[in-house]
Write a protein that binds this ligand. Structure first.
Ligand code: ADP
Ligand code: MG
Length: 347
């Protein structure tokens, strides 16, 4: 069983707080993602799990056992490093064999594992090459393969595919997801790419400056962000977050929206905004289309509404032109409300 849990774990480097009072449980077999901007504490969490760092406070458990006093070698978790370091004098195949050779695994088993992982990562045709003969993407896959051949309690990956180009990244993340499901192993995955996090994670934790701000399934967090910070991090284009006062001047209409006590800002996802031509009977102040971005399957329409700019995501290629007057609307049920401090308020 490879459940991994933190109980109120904190880690400081001198004055800097890298992780503050973090508690979470990654379930056995789960694809769990840590997502946050640079320096939010993601790599620190992985180093703490590996045992490369010790917590200042709190307890870390692997498979239900406290490991604060357990050495990295005895923790049996495998890391795919951010900076992949393949042995330059060894072929890709020998790089992948290495962790098994080191553990004196019988040759027959090694070759079976190698063939298996090479097929899964589509690298069978490059196994004979030296790292210098491989592209960045191929090196990355070989490094992933080397981690996969071991049989650890859990795999850790620190932004493993960020060096790949966009297309290969999309392909590889789908593969990783499938591989994780087939292996039936716990995978803890760090990324600073929201789309990647949403696409791979069974559940994810959102980090801000060493604090875990929310834990849940991607769909849950997307639909019910706990704060405007989290709301802004997920989704592209980003959620529109507007001062609540703006609704009063008629630039955007939300049926049934009344002044609710503590609301400071409202949030509406671009896909929840409806854009239609303005007519005099709409009253209020018309909004004006600022720019239209046709992206093929959908179109981003940026609209100037009162003091603010709102982005709407529309299906297909609607017939909307810059400079035209439009009315914006959205479902009350799709609106998010935030307090002055940024906390989500009940809808
Ligand atoms: P992320 O992986 O999300 O980019 P890190 O976990 O690497 O973030 O860093 C979190 C914070 O801890 C940052 O403010 C970083 O500067 C600090 N930090 C991390 N490692 C060290 C270290 N070895 N010495 C000093 N500060 C560190
Ligand atoms: Mg990092």
């Amino acid at each position: 069983m490879a459940e991994i849990a933190f109980h109120n774990v904190s880690k400081r480097y001198g004055e800097a707080i890298a992780l503050s009072d973090a508690s979470f449980t990654v379930n056995d077999n789960e694809f769990f993602c840590f997502f946050g901007p640079p320096l939010s504490g993601k790599s620190t969490i992985l180093r703490l799990i590996l045992g490369l760092e010790t917590p200042d406070e709190g307890e870390i458990l692997i498979g239900g056992k406290p490991v604060n006093q357990v050495s990295p070698a005895e923790r049996n978790v495998a890391m795919v490093f951010q900076n992949l370091a393949l042995f330059p004098h060894m072929s890709a195949a020998d790089n992948i064999r290495f962790p098994l050779v080191e553990r004196k695994v019988p040759t027959i088993q090694i070759e079976r594992k190698l063939a298996d992982v090479a097929a899964k990562l589509h690298i069978a045709h490059i196994l004979h090459k030296a790292p210098a003969q491989l592209s960045g993407g191929e090196r990355q896959r070989v490094a992933i393969a080397r981690a996969l051949v071991r049989d650890p309690a859990a795999y850790l990956m620190d932004d493993p595919i960020s060096a790949l180009d966009a297309r290969l990244r999309e392909e590889t993340r789908v593969e990783l997801k499938r591989i994780q499901r087939e292996l039936g192993k716990t995978l803890i995955y760090v990324t600073h790419d929201q789309e990647e996090a949403m696409s791979v994670a069974d559940r994810m934790a959102i980090l801000e400056e060493g604090h875990i701000r929310q834990i849940g399934t991607p769909a849950d967090i997307y639909d019910r962000p706990a704060s405007s910070y989290v709301a802004r991090l997920l989704g592209s284009p980003m959620m529109n977050i507007l001062p609540s006062g703006l609704i009063a001047d008629g630039a955007i209409s939300i049926p049934g929206f009344g002044a609710k006590g503590d609301i400071s800002e409202i949030g509406v996802r671009p896909e929840d905004i409806k854009v239609r031509p303005w007519s005099a009977s709409d009253g209020g102040n018309p909004a004006k289309v600022f720019e239209v971005e046709p992206l093929g399957g959908y179109t981003v329409v940026t609209v100037d509404a009162g003091q603010t700019r709102i982005r709407a995501l529309m299906r297909g290629q609607p017939d909307i032109r810059p400079e035209t007057k439009v009315a914006l609307a959205c479902d009350t049920a799709r609106v998010h409300y935030f307090s002055k401090a940024g906390a989500a308020l009940p809808r």
